[in-house]
Ligand binder design. Sequence first.
Ligand SMILES: C[S@@+](CC[C@H](N)C(=O)[O-])C[C@H]1O[C@@H](n2cnc3c(N)ncnc32)[C@H](O)[C@@H]1O
Length: 350
Amino acid sequence: MNEERLNELVGQAVGDFGSILSGGLIVLGDRLGLFRTLATADGPLTSAEVAERSGCAERYVREWLNGLSAAGYVTYAGDGEYTLSEEQAIAFTDESSPACVIGGFQAMLAATRAVDKLTDAFQTGEGLGWHEHHHDLFHGTERFFRPGYIANLTTSWIPALDGIEDKLTAGATVADVGCGHGASTIILAQAYPNSTFVGYDYHQPSIDAARKAAADAGVSNRVSFEVASAKDYPGTNFDLVGFFDCLHDMGDPRGAAAHVLSSLAPGGSWLLVEPFANDDVADNLNPVGRVFYSASTLICTPASLSQEVGTALGAQAGEARLREVVTGGGFGSFRRVAETPFNLVFEARA
Ligand SMILES: C[S@@+](CC[C@H](N)C(=O)[O-])C[C@H]1O[C@@H](n2cnc3c(N)ncnc32)[C@H](O)[C@@H]1O
């Protein structure tokens, strides 16, 4: 037994205790407007000022400020005053920035609420559907992914597909499958006003939220959302079908691939966005892999196991496994067209 290594491990665990608890504080601060109060102030505020401006009780707010100052997510300015640095303000209040982490905390904390249900599922092998999670998972996922889509979708991923940008500009028909709250659908609709879009998801509350988001964004005339599963959504002759971070959540991804192929127009493309992963487990044992394997344990693997076939690709499937699924569904060509630290982006064609 190496005493030093044991101490390191315990030190790491203390940091992780703090991470789990910070998640709760961050979701509270987001819900109650505490971050926004700090970010919009002219200078540092006392706990009483933050409490008064956000309509909260001072004693709670003081403890919250100290907890997040210790975490490095709020700045203690001395003399009982607190502020957010510019970077902290972006990370905790600017949802247009790819550096915004607030949705990530909301989704991750929601995922941990499934631990009781998963205790049984681990023993029985049964699944736990996406829809069975706390509703913060649906909202948090949208808020977590949207900044990445804003940063990459129309500037990098669409241009990387063969001929699709021109088709979208001229006027194309697009399906966004497993669309959740429709973040990707709406971003595409805003960028390509001559095209029409339909989003499909099996989860009715997500479809309701997506319809509202499209109305709020003023694109409802060209965007519709329908409840449908990836293997039987209606409609054919799509120039582009998008799957954003959802194929691995599905019970039968190969069956979904076959259905996508049958729904494409001649020359149409499938844009498949999946979590970044290498093919070998050993190459994913890093901070990003830690997040994805953990989210996959709590969310994605049980989601797939809850559906027919139960392939359970997991969120770290990697390119080789995804290629098998996509070509197994009948696609003749499959290539990686882009990547970010968090996503692999593929184009599949007949
Ligand atoms: C991780 S979320 C991604 C949502 C959205 N694409 C985004 O990027 O924000 C996965 C989505 O897949 C949906 N989903 C899971 N299985 C599905 C299936 N078999 N058919 C259609 N949608 C499915 C879930 O309801 C959920 O909205």
